[in-house]
Structures are given as structure tokens and as C-alpha cells.
Ligand binder design. Structure first.
Ligand code: MF3
Ligand code: CO
Ligand code: CO
Length: 258
């Protein structure tokens, strides 16, 4: 990799650390009774205290600093005065911009006591993201990522959302390539060292179809069954890959699912 790539990796590493540090911070506050607005406030403050900006804030008119997607919300839920209740599952998605570089990551949180089936959905979603990451190397294809994810998810009886995908990022929040979370091996784009992108599978308990609510953002499952998502920002290196958004505290997956 040349100078230019090393610079983009250094920048993304810093942005990624702030984004994942934000999610670490949320572990102490997410419990029954908290509002998604409070979660947004903690995200806003952590990101700003670390000399970064929130990428979602005012992005295409999005009003908040993170996305909060509970239960049957697939993605892009807007933080508001909604109170989280015992048994809810919640995805929080954070993107920090540091020195112009983007770090984008999301995790699932358990609110109080969560059902066995919700836990299984979350665990399978996390495993599928890792399976998509493990195959990364120069010469692999974007379709290999989707295939690894889809194979695992469907074996476990769940479905892969088609309407949203992972994405290249760097100085821009969203750019090529699109990273589909389903598909065939050896299709799509060939991976080369220096590429930066996200892997962020959204996995549904029932059908994979989604619809967007009248707020223009909130995407929900068509059958109102549960949905889960995890997201890491990754880069292709000379000898494999780097994950930029790992938790420095080991909080990538809720403790009770390990
Ligand atoms: N962070 C989301 C992603 O993973 C995008 C959120 S865009 C927003 O790509 F405007 F909804 F915040
Ligand atoms: Co993303
Ligand atoms: Co994201």
C-alpha cells in the first residue's frame, strides 16, 4: 500500500476508535426507562468531546447524532422521547468524522430481560458479520462477503435484508462499492488493498421485506417481526484486513450472548 492508503487507514483508525468508544459508553446507560433521545445526547457529547463530528447529524436532513432502531425497526430509527422497556432489543448506529475521515459502526443492546428468540437473532446476526469479515483479502469479491453472510443466516432460519447494504467510505460517508449482504461467490467487485468499506448486515426474524415510515427515515420489517444489525468499518490490507471499529473494552457483543 502506498503513502496515500496508509494515511487513509490512519485516519479511519482514529475515527473508528471514536465511533466504537461511543458505543462502549452506551453500555452503562441502556436499560429499561431510558429514552432514545438520552442515548442520542450521550453520543453527541462523546463524539464532540473527542474532537470529532457526528456524520448522521443533518446528513440529508437526518435530525440526530445516531440512529436508534428498536425491535422491528430495521435501521435509521430517529432518537426521540420513546422510553425503552424491559425485553426490547436496540441497535445504535454511530458514525464519527475525525480529520475528515469516517468511522461507522453499530451494535445491538439488550434492554433488561430479552426473549430467547431475540437473543438467537442477535447472535446469528453478529456471527454472520464476522463470517463476512473473515473471508476478506485481496482477490476476494464483494459477492463472497454476501454469500458468507447469507449462507449462515439462512441455515439458522432467518432472512437477509435486501433494501440496505454496506458501503465504501473514507472522506465521504457513503461511496462505492456497495456491499450486499447476500449473493453469489465470485461476483461483484474484486477486493484490492487500500479499500475501505462497511459490513453491516440487517437480519430479520421473518421475511426480508422492509418499508419506510412516513418520517422518511425509519425502516421497519413488513411483517413487524424482529430485526437485528451489527456494523464494522474494515479495510483491505496487503495480507488480509483490518477492523477499525472493534471495542477496546470487549463490548462488541452483549455479555450474555458470548
Ligand atoms: N450509519 C448508517 C450507515 O451505516 C447511515 C445513517 S444515515 C442517517 O450507513 F442519516 F440515517 F444517519
Ligand atoms: Co454504514
Ligand atoms: Co452505520
Amino acid at each position: 500500500m502506498n503513502e496515500e492508503f496508509l494515511k487513509s487507514f490512519d485516519g479511519t483508525r482514529e475515527a473508528g476508535a471514536i465511533a466504537s468508544g461511543t458505543l462502549d459508553e452506551l453500555n452503562t446507560i441502556i436499560k429499561p426507562g431510558v429514552t432514545t433521545e438520552k442515548i442520542d445526547k450521550v453520543c453527541y457529547e462523546y463524539i464532540n468531546d473527542h474532537g470529532a463530528y457526528s456524520a448522521p447529524l443533518y446528513y440529508r436532513g437526518f435530525p440526530k447524532s445516531c440512529c436508534t432502531s428498536a425491535n422491528h425497526i430495521v435501521c435509521h430509527g430517529i432518537p426521540q422521547n420513546k422510553i425503552l422497556r424491559d425485553g426490547d432489543i436496540l441497535n445504535v448506529d454511530v458514525t464519527a468524522i475525525k480529520n475528515g475521515w469516517h468511522g461507522d459502526t453499530s451494535r445491538m443492546y439488550l434492554v433488561g430481560d430479552v426473549s430467547v428468540k431475540a437473543k438467537k437473532l442477535i447472535k446469528v446476526t453478529y456471527e454472520s458479520m464476522l463470517k463476512g469479515i473473515e473471508i476478506l483479502k485481496e482477490g476476494s469479491f464483494t459477492g463472497d462477503i454476501g454469500n458468507a453472510i447469507q449462507t449462515h443466516v439462512e441455515q439458522q432460519g432467518f432472512s437477509v435484508v435486501r433494501d440496505f447494504c454496506g458501503h465504501g467510505l473514507g472522506r465521504k460517508f457513503h461511496q462505492s462499492p456497495n456491499i450486499l449482504h447476500y449473493g453469489e461467490e465470485k461476483t461483484g467487485e474484486k477486493l484490492v488493498a487500500g479499500m475501505l468499506f462497511t459490513i453491516e448486515p440487517m437480519i430479520n426474524e421473518g421475511v426480508y421485506n422492509t418499508k419506510v415510515l412516513s418520517d422518511g427515515w425509519t425502516a421497519v420489517t413488513k411483517d413487524k417481526l424482529l430485526s437485528a444489525q451489527f456494523e464494522h468499518t474494515v479495510g483491505i490490507t496487503n495480507n488480509g484486513y483490518e477492523i477499525f471499529t472493534l471495542s477496546k473494552k470487549g463490548l462488541d457483543l452483549p455479555e450474555s450472548l458470548k
